[in-house]
Design a binder for this molecule. Structure first.
Ligand code: SPV
Ligand code: MG
Length: 566
């Protein structure tokens, strides 16, 4: 599986990986990275070759490419904090070991601080070169390549080794004798000095197109190792002698190969060509084939993972389930199909939901089901609507609840704002409640579904923010003078909220006997009976308080009022 941007590895675990690889592998393959994006690419790239899956083992944080990526020459002009920032980006975007190009390591006391910082970050190895500070890049001919006195450099290595805390961090000495022209003998002399000072390995560098001089060194290094009685890893950087293969390097005793600058050079070439194509064509069309698609970049930097998580964790447009199976003696056709100014309640509901980008609407029909023919909704039947009531109807759509849903009575009108507010309210089970009935309750001739909440509604008619509150009782038998709110018929269930009600419903269905809260039996239970059961079992039911924006079609008189309101 591809590494997600967020998958990581703890520093101490990462630090130990390189030593493990050196034990396990014939040659450890290291590729340059100069920022987070190049690290993501190098970390995740895989190729199958015969029966093997090929991948890079770790990263080289090159001073050349780190400087170049920041627009500077490779002359130790980039400060340590800036180098740490590059290292942090690479650590953040990968899970493989890091080898840091430490240039000369700077002054010995400063080098000690550098070592501790790298070790803490989870870096596995630093390679320092035996040149005088400030060094010049080794690949350019005609530059001054002043080598440090071997004793001075050996002391620097020793001070580094003495200061490190962990036993899996490595300091490797890079010998520049073949670059400076001091020759093979000097190189071997220095190798011995540095190994005796405690170096964990030797890197031999060359800028010849022919690998001969580094192969000669490798042969002498073997002899030296035999004389010393121990052999430390040997590292090479085949930038100029690039025809030599990994297998040949293994045959000559190399343990680590570093491809030191290729990702930056590849980007550099592609950027130049692309910029020039755009200039020439006075548009970008011709340059597209030179560029990765935007989506490919999004994918690599983890943007698509973020999108996936946003959808998972943040409530978005949700499914709506509308139980509309029951009959009402005052109405000949199903209440939800009652036309208001010529347009059925359900159609008005569908339009409002569509305005909130909710397109997946499931209606449970029963009584007068042939009336329900309108598009924009899917239909599920409860043909036993006379025997089994609204709760049963709702659970006819149990499979559809998966992932969360909004519940809406079939006989109410509501505006978009209520739905939008509901989707931005925190909670796993939320009921939309209204307390405005308390101002005109003398006129109410219907049996409202009333609610008692933990905290009394605010006396103020205007509150700036919605205050958190939870339901403690819900039912038709609650005294109107005592009640805090009326249930509007709109509720929300998160994925977890669905899990709660499914578990409770299915348990009760199996074993509940007799009255179920205000219903004569579980079969005749209403939605609010289930909510009371949820509360009684100790689950929290949150509220969204509204004062307007909805209307219930309870009786014939309400049709006229609703038509006037519309
Ligand atoms: C680097 O990559 O920064 C190196 C290797 O030090 S070289 O550029 O070949 O000197
Ligand atoms: Mg360098």
């Amino acid at each position: 599986m591809e590494l997600k941007k967020t998958s990581g590895i703890l520093p101490y675990l990462r630090r130990g990986l390189l030593k493990e690889l050196l034990q396990k592998k014939k040659i450890v393959k290291i590729i340059e990275a100069h920022n987070g994006l190049s690290a993501i690419i190098a970390n995740n790239i895989k190729e199958s070759y015969q029966d093997e899956i090929l991948e890079f083992d770790g990263f080289w944080v090159s001073s050349f490419t780190d400087s170049a990526a920041k627009g500077y020459p490779d002359i130790e002009v980039i400060g340590l904090e800036s180098r740490y920032e590059t290292i942090r980006q690479i650590l953040n975007s990968s899970n493989k070991p890091l080898i840091i190009d430490g240039d000369t390591g700077g002054e010995a006391a400063n080098f000690e601080y550098f070592i501790r910082a790298l070790e803490d970050m989870g870096v596995s190895m630093v390679i320092i070169e035996d040149k005088k500070f400030p060094k010049r890049n080794s690949l350019e001919s005609g530059t001054i390549q002043d080598q440090e006195e071997p004793e001075v450099f050996a002391t620097k290595i020793k001070r580094g080794k003495d200061i490190q805390i962990s036993d899996n961090f490595m300091i490797v000495a890079r010998i520049e004798s073949l670059i400076s022209g001091s020759g093979l003998k000097d190189a071997i002399y220095r190798a011995k000095k540095y190994l005796m000072a405690g170096a964990d390995g030797i890197m031999i560098h060359s800028k010849q197109r022919d690998p001969k001089e580094i192969l000669d060194f490798a042969r002498e290094y073997d002899k030296l190792s035999r004389d010393l009685g121990f052999r430390k890893p040997l590292v090479c950087v085949p930038t100029t002698y690039n025809t030599i293969t990994e297998d040949e390097l293994v045959d000559h005793g190399f343990n680590i190969v570093i491809y030191a600058n290729h990702l930056l050079r590849a980007a550099h070439k592609a950027m130049k060509e692309t910029a020039s194509i755009i200039l020439k064509n006075k548009r970008t069309f011709e340059a597209e084939s030179m560029c990765s698609p935007v989506k490919a970049v999004f994918k690599d930097v983890g943007f698509l993972d973020v999108k996936e998580k946003d959808l998972k964790y943040i409530k978005g447009p949700t499914k709506v389930i509308i139980p509309a199976a029951g009959s009402d003696q005052d109405f000949i056709i199903p209440k939800g199909m009652t036309p208001l100014n010529g347009k059925p309640v359900l159609q008005r509901q569908i339009e409002t939901l569509n305005n909130c980008k909710i397109k997946d609407i499931i209606v449970i029909r029963g009584y007068g089901k042939e009336e329900f023919s309108m598009g924009g909704a899917r239909y599920i039947d409860n043909d036993e609507y006379e025997k089994f009531y609204i709760l049963y109807s709702l659970f006819k759509a149990e499979e559809e609840m998966e992932g969360g849903f909004i519940f809406i009575y079939s006989d109410i009108l509501f505006n978009d704002q209520i739905i939008k507010n509901l989707l931005s309210t925190k909670g796993d089970i939320i009921l939309v409640l209204d307390n405005s009935y308390t101002y005109h309750k003398h006129k109410i001739d219907k049996n409202l579904e009333l609610v008692l909440t933990k905290n009394k509604p605010s006396e103020q008619t205007r509150d700036l923010y919605q205050l958190e509150n939870e339901i403690i009782r819900i039912g038709r038998s609650i005294n109107m003078d005592m009640a805090d709110y009326e249930f509007t018929g709109i509720a929300y269930f998160s994925e977890y909220g669905v899990e709660i009600i499914r578990k409770i419903y299915n348990e009760c269905k199996l074993s509940h006997k007799g009255k179920f809260h205000e219903a004569n039996s579980f079969e005749n239970a209403s939605f609010i009976d289930l909510i009371q059961e949820v509360i009684d079992r100790g689950f929290r039911v949150d509220i969204l308080e509204v004062h307007k924006g909805w209307f219930e079609i309870h009786n014939k008189k309400d049709i006229e009022i609703a038509e006037r309101l519309i």
